[in-house]
Design a protein around this ligand. Sequence first.
Ligand SMILES: *[C@@H]1O[C@H](CO)[C@@H](O)[C@H](O)[C@H]1NC(C)=O
Ligand SMILES: *[C@@H]1O[C@H](CO)[C@@H](O)[C@H](O)[C@H]1NC(C)=O
Ligand SMILES: *[C@@H]1O[C@H](CO)[C@@H](O)[C@H](O)[C@H]1NC(C)=O
Ligand SMILES: *[C@@H]1O[C@H](CO)[C@@H](O)[C@H](O)[C@H]1NC(C)=O
Length: 658
Amino acid sequence: MAKKLILISILKFLTFMTLFTKSNTQSPNYVGDDCHNSKEQSLTKTYKSNLNKVLSWLSSDALTSKGYNHTNIGGNTVDGVYGLYDCRGDVTGSFCQFCVSTAASDILQHCPNRASAVIWYNFCILRYSNHDFFGNLTITPSWQILGSKNITKPQELEKAEDNMQSLIREATLVTHNLYAMGEFNLSNSPSSQKRYGLVQCSRDLSDNQCSQCLEDMLDKVPKCCGTKIGWQVLAPSCLIKYDDYMFFQLISQTSAPLPNPADQGGSSKSITLIIITIVIVLVALALISCCIYFIWRRYQSNKDGLPLESLDDLIQGEDSLHGDLPTIPLIWIRQSTNNFSELCQLGEGGFGPVYKGNLVDGTEVAIKRLSKTSCQGLEEFKNEVIFIAKLQHRNLVRLLGCCIEENEKLLVYEYMSNSSLSFHLFNEEKRNHLDWKLRFSIVNGIAKGLLYLHEDSRLRVIHRDLKASNVLLDQEMNPKISDFGLARAFEKGQSEENTARIMGTYGYMSPEYAMEGLYSVKSDVFSFGVLLLEIICGKRNSGFYLADHGQTLLIYSWRLWCEGKCLELLDPILEKTYIANEVMKCIHIGLLCVQEDAIDRPNMSNVVVMLASDTMTLPNPNHPAFSVGRRVREDESTSKASKDISGNEITMSNILPR
Ligand SMILES: *[C@@H]1O[C@H](CO)[C@@H](O)[C@H](O)[C@H]1NC(C)=O
Ligand SMILES: *[C@@H]1O[C@H](CO)[C@@H](O)[C@H](O)[C@H]1NC(C)=O
Ligand SMILES: *[C@@H]1O[C@H](CO)[C@@H](O)[C@H](O)[C@H]1NC(C)=O
Ligand SMILES: *[C@@H]1O[C@H](CO)[C@@H](O)[C@H](O)[C@H]1NC(C)=O
């Protein structure tokens, strides 16, 4: 228990560190642009050079300012350029700077060859013009961004307007900050729903101009947006935003402390100080966790292998999570999934719902959210972070970042547009599109991914839950193994591990694992064999029993094999596209992989070689395991076999005698 707590706090610390150092690597959300009705024109050389100077001044100023500033280069001449940026009121320091510098580099692409332009991001606005616009109120063009949810009570609009009015008063009459944000109760009951509002003006305006601009935007709401719960109305001089989740936060508190512009010399000193402090804290933490780890190990040496075992090894390794995994601010995930709206939900994953979202640069991502009620989930979540962040292969799904904030734990993956293999393979309709060539390439991809896990990766990993629904397919139908919630690392020379908690999926579990909790690379090989046979026949191993044959897929395949009729196993859909010797080879390999004795099964490097070779003579398979998870058998041979493998590495010659 103590160990877990410590590990969690180390994880948290590392996450914080990642946020600290990586906050600059995230890009802000592009919202829109307006090229100011200005036509594309050829700009003079001087204008272009002045414009570039303005943009780079704005980008660098954003770090040290209060979140807004403006400048002019070239004076009030034909080639003079005026530029302004304004970050959202709650965004300062490196967050603001990153937004502004992104905007400065994008604006020339969005509005090429324009004498003036405006670009909006979720965290900032950037404008430039050949006219002096500082202090001028600009309320056109304006536009709206709407949420998807409808309001349920017509009174909500009135309440929203009242609340926004009070924010406008706060921004202009009370604080004079020209921005304000707040949280409201929709009703007076204690369990009332909450709403959030933000108003903000360009901070070169006067209070009066600001309130005029905001009122103008608010006037548009009943017509444009009143029926929706979330809305945003923007103009070059101001914006208002209303939604049912807290889309703002005082980000500046978690970003680097703002150096005082008046105290330039001190700022590098204070950064050095921060770095030194961090290093000291890190070293101390590493030492403490080392001690605790060794003490703990002694206590635990007689217990089962727990997933967290590998966690400390990793965290203590010199290149821990810290360097590998970017942290993504919760607020961006909230925004991109519409505050975890059901419309964005892709499905249920191992430890909670999975949502579709976008990274700020537009990349589509899948976001796994740990459900708060799941205890098991937390363990699997950590496991997933550990393994997948460390592993990179074209046949493994890629983890792009994580987010541990405000009780939310989220993992962000590359988005697989073609869902999972089981979605295609076990669907009458979709299966038609899986011709033999494609299935064979999927089999090869899975084999390579698994080989990487077992032998080539930095950690040697046993996946323990390989199945059709854990194989995802990208745009080009390349298979990628996912879901490392149950994975275990094993050391070189260690070939099997024992656990009292048997977890995985019946139908894919090897007999020695299902019955005795023994797992090794050979249990993954077994699952691979089952998957391979499923891909060939297009049916689930688990569903097969109940269907026509009255026996498991494995036994049925083996019977056909013995009778020399193994092509009967083939999915009838493949009639036209199959290549007989490849199919035979795959069935043969599948049967080798599901053999009852783990020691007889090939390892993944054998499998990859066998799949690639047309001429190799394969050994005859032995009887496959009986229906695993259905009948529990007490059989000496299983336990004997598993004891054997702990001593001997199986060599190629054992399996491939000729
Ligand atoms: C804007 O930039 C000028 C010139 O560098 C500086 O003196 C001023 O303090 C800045 N304003 C703000 C609000 O940071
Ligand atoms: C801004 O306002 C000033 C004075 O009110 C005016 O002279 C100027 O033309 C305006 N600039 C733009 C770009 O509208
Ligand atoms: C909201 O209302 C519109 C029209 O009244 C309807 O077409 C739409 O489906 C509704 N959306 C939701 C999410 O209920
Ligand atoms: C909203 O309601 C809760 C519970 O009744 C209360 O604690 C909170 O202060 C209220 N917030 C506002 C902004 O009125």
